[in-house]
Design a protein around this ligand. Structure first.
Ligand SMILES: Nc1ncnc2c1ncn2[C@@H]1O[C@H](COP(=O)(O)O)[C@@H](OP(=O)(O)O)[C@H]1O
Ligand SMILES: [Mg+2]
Length: 451
């Protein structure tokens, strides 16, 4: 049998080319080698004994294999990949729950003690992310700070609710292999699900390294069929070092964002379960210090996740003229003063209408270059929580943007579950010029505001 040697670009950014022996029938038969643009990998040669396989399978297999090599030398790569895969799974879970309950909402939405809504998706996402991270690193080695606790779920009156969560979790974990993750050998029972949820504790926020998770950020958007996000970050020594934002209703194409206020509800009525409608979300991620941030499309239901899953680099907008800039803010004026931001917008010369969007999708919009400014000014008595910001802050910074409080200080993730010492509000901008203008405008108008 005659073989030839050839090379082609791979999907991995670090890998420059593969060389492999291929038979006339396009079968991969034997030894292959690769070189990398990264110095540490130059000249590295790997010999792999491969069963005969198609070129497409070979490519996937080798991208997977190579990933492990890169992971071992590249800080946080393995954690990042697991986090991204877990968030993709969580997005799928949320899409399923959202589609189901848009028609029977009352059964699925419950009130927490502070009257904010919580759904089976919040608990289920927390359970699966906790389970996946614990499986990957051992539960004793993983510290997760997350929004939900099990109190309401553990009550005798909540049997049906707990059943629904357990079912949702198991349905999602059954899909784990599609995402390149190992699922449980048998379904998790209620005890295991409750354990996974309660393994996440607020006490972890005092440690030097911990994950922080908002299982469904913008729950109000979620129950209204609108924007919401799944936010996972890794904090080390008080700073986010990894950030992953799942935005199941924020597609790769910007135009879709303008269909806010219930477009999902309309879409899901018009389209069938398996159609393109499920392929309209994105997952954003970044690693500290890389100076890069990325975006991947959500999986179509029948596809398998192959890293890097058509990742596209994202960058903040280059617009620095306020007259052309768009600013985002929360939909709910209870969460941020619309009148104060309207005054700021006027004084710095912002002309576009504010883009009011639920959840950390606002951070995603800045990182992707779809908007230039995000401002949030909550009431003085409200303390911002770390899980509402950690992932978004890192992704914007790595995409080239600036995020600080209104005093120009970085947000402090080192003091437990709250952003302690936050000065007045949060300002995220595509660039330093816009950021300085907003900071100056806040100073000029703060004393005359009612905040
Ligand atoms: N009174 C308040 N002021 C400011 N933020 C609040 C708030 N009440 C809740 N939030 C936070 O705002 C988040 C929603 O963000 P947004 O208003 O930008 O959509 C909520 O996240 P959850 O939905 O995860 O609870 C919650 O953490
Ligand atoms: Mg939140």
């Amino acid at each position: 049998m005659s073989c030839c040697t050839t090379s082609f670009p791979t999907k991995l950014p670090h890998i420059h080319s593969w060389k492999y022996d291929v038979s006339p029938k396009n079968q991969i038969l034997g030894t292959l080698s690769f070189t990398s643009k990264k110095k540490s990998h130059l000249g590295f040669t790997q010999t792999v004994s491969l069963a005969q396989c198609s070129r497409t399978n070979f490519l996937s297999a080798m991208d997977e294999d190579c990933k492990l090599e890169v992971s071992s030398t590249d800080g946080f790569s393995k954690e990042l990949e697991i986090a991204v895969r877990a968030v993709h799974m969580a997005c799928l879970l949320c899409q399923r729950v959202q589609e189901n309950f848009l028609s029977e909402i009352s059964e699925h939405v419950h009130s927490k003690e502070d009257k904010s809504p919580v759904t089976i998706a919040d608990w289920s996402v927390q359970a699966i992310v906790s389970w996946v991270l614990s499986e990957a690193y051992g539960s004793e080695n993983v510290s997760i700070v997350a929004e939900e606790d099990v109190e309401a779920l553990s009550k005798a009156s909540a049997v049906r609710l707990l059943e629904a969560v357990v079912k949702t979790v198991n349905e999602c974990l059954a899909d784990a292999p599609r995402f390149g993750l190992k699922g449980p050998a048998t379904d998790l029972d209620a005890k295991a699900v409750l354990e996974a949820i309660s393994r996440c504790s607020l006490a972890g926020a005092r440690g030097s390294k911990f994950w922080v998770l908002d299982p469904v950020d913008g729950t109000l958007g979620f129950v209204r069929g609108d924007q919401y996000a799944i936010a996972l970050a890794l904090i080390e020594d008080g700073e986010p070092v990894l950030g992953v934002l799942g935005c199941p209703n924020y597609p790769m194409k910007k135009e879709w964002l303008s269909y806010q206020n219930g477009y999902r509800r309309i879409l899901s009525r018009l389209t069938s379960h398996t159609s393109e409608s499920l392929d309209k979300g994105s997952v954003l991620y970044a690693r500290k210090g890389g100076g890069k941030a990325w975006m991947q499309p959500l999986l179509c239901r029948e596809n398998n996740f192959v890293w890097p899953n058509s990742a596209r680099e994202i960058r903040v907008s280059s617009i620095d003229n306020p007259a052309l800039a768009t600013f985002c803010e929360p939909v709910e004026k209870a969460n941020s003063s619309h009148s104060f931001t309207a005054g700021l917008a006027h004084s710095v010369g912002l002309r576009n209408q504010p883009l009011r969007v639920y959840s950390m999708v606002k951070y995603a919009a800045i990182a992707r270059g779809d908007a230039e400014i995000f401002m949030k000014f909550a009431r003085a008595c409200y303390k911002e929580k770390i899980w509402d910001h950690a992932a978004g802050v890192l992704i914007i910074e790595e995409a080239g943007g600036v995020v600080t409080d209104a005093g120009g200080h970085p947000l402090d993730f080192s003091k437990g579950e709250y952003l302690e010492g936050l000065d007045r509000g949060i300002i995220a901008c595509a660039g330093a010029k816009l950021h300085e203008k907003i900071i100056r405008a806040v100073d000029a108008s703060w004393n005359s505001s009612s905040l």
